[in-house]
Design a protein around this ligand. Structure first.
Ligand code: CP
Ligand code: NVA
Length: 301
């Protein structure tokens, strides 16, 4: 594993190895055991979109591993004035030891990896959010003890989260059911990957069918970053795709609820469901830190 660009590129075994390392790093952190394996190393973090969790967890993670992180806002970089990503990659490769990038196009992240000579980590594109899904898998395994054989359900937009959850869920042996309105399905490359898993994957436009007997129910915003202008049309399209008590009634008993955050209460999830599952949702947010430290150690250590 040289980069983390999308989970379609990573094997199930590599995902489990990262989760095991993340569990160990979390344990060490909680027990005051220092782990300065990235001493003297620097991570450049390019942000073309807003962020709370990704920015803070990567920056703190580098610091806890003995290294440092540079916040590079796209508006302050020449990239914002049109310098090609191919050139930015070759320049940054001379200064820093790894790049984390949050941007719009997946192709930009792939180009950074192709032209640079250092590890590249995808911190969210319109297509994928692999770091978030690694944290989700870590959290589900903490609560349920296993991943293999669980019924995982995603309700809502077939966006970057859905694309990455399908790849990560299937590769770790979960049964994955997705409910999206027609016209808002996941990316076709992900669907064709998923279809090869036969009965282990289901796509429907009926939320209750996807949620039946679910061990984990996951949702995300109806309008992602960059889709603000479509918000009203999307709110209409997603009526009936809310994670609420009625939907959870058909899930398995002890069903977990996960959300990558930020959450919009009253839209994709009710305030009641959110608050009654807040413990596992904020554990999920915390695990971004631990799992990304595992990724940093693996790629830059
Ligand atoms: N879940 C997530 O990636 O959060 P941020 O947008 O705050 O980084
Ligand atoms: N789908 C959301 C995820 C945010 C973490 C977005 O792209 O805005």
């Amino acid at each position: 594993m040289k980069h983390l660009l999308k989970l379609l590129d990573v094997t199930g075994e590599e995902i489990i190895e990262l989760l095991n390392l993340a569990d160990q790093l979390k344990y060490e952190r909680k027990h005051g055991i220092e782990h300065a394996c990235l001493k003297g190393k620097t991570l450049g973090m390019i942000f073309q979109k807003a962020s709370t969790r990704t920015r803070v967890s990567f920056e703190v993670g580098m610091y806890q591993l003995g290294g440092s992180a540079l916040f590079l806002g796209a508006n302050d970089l020449q990239i914002g004035r049109g310098e090609p990503v191919e050139d930015t990659a070759r320049v940054l490769s001379r200064y820093v030891d790894g790049i984390m990038i949050r941007t719009f196009k997946q192709a930009e992240v792939e180009a950074l990896a192709e032209y640079g000579s250092i590890p590249v980590i995808n911190g969210l594109t319109d297509f994928a959010h692999p770091c978030q899904v690694l944290a989700d898998l870590m959290t589900i395994r903490e609560y349920k003890g296993v991943l293999e054989g669980l019924n995982f359900c995603y309700i809502g937009d077939g966006n970057n989260m859905a694309n990455s959850l399908i790849a990560g869920g299937l590769k770790t042996g979960m049964r994955v059911s997705i409910a999206c309105p027609k016209g808002y399905e996941p990316d076709e490359t992900v669907l064709s990957f998923a279809r090869a898993y036969g009965d282990q994957f289901k796509l429907t436009d009926v939320p209750a069918d996807a949620a039946a007997n679910a061990d984990v129910v996951y949702t995300d915003v109806w309008a992602s970053m960059g889709q603000e202008a479509e918000k009203a049309a999307r709110e209409k399209a997603f009526q009936g795709y809310q994670v609420n008590d009625a939907l959870l009634a058909s899930a398995a008993s002890g069903c977990m609820v996960q959300h990558c955050l930020p959450a919009h209460r009253g839209e994709e999830i009710t305030a009641e469901v959110f608050e009654s599952h807040a413990g596992e949702i904020f554990d999920e947010a915390e695990n971004r830190l631990h799992v990304q430290k595992a990724v940093l150690k693996r790629l830059m250590g």
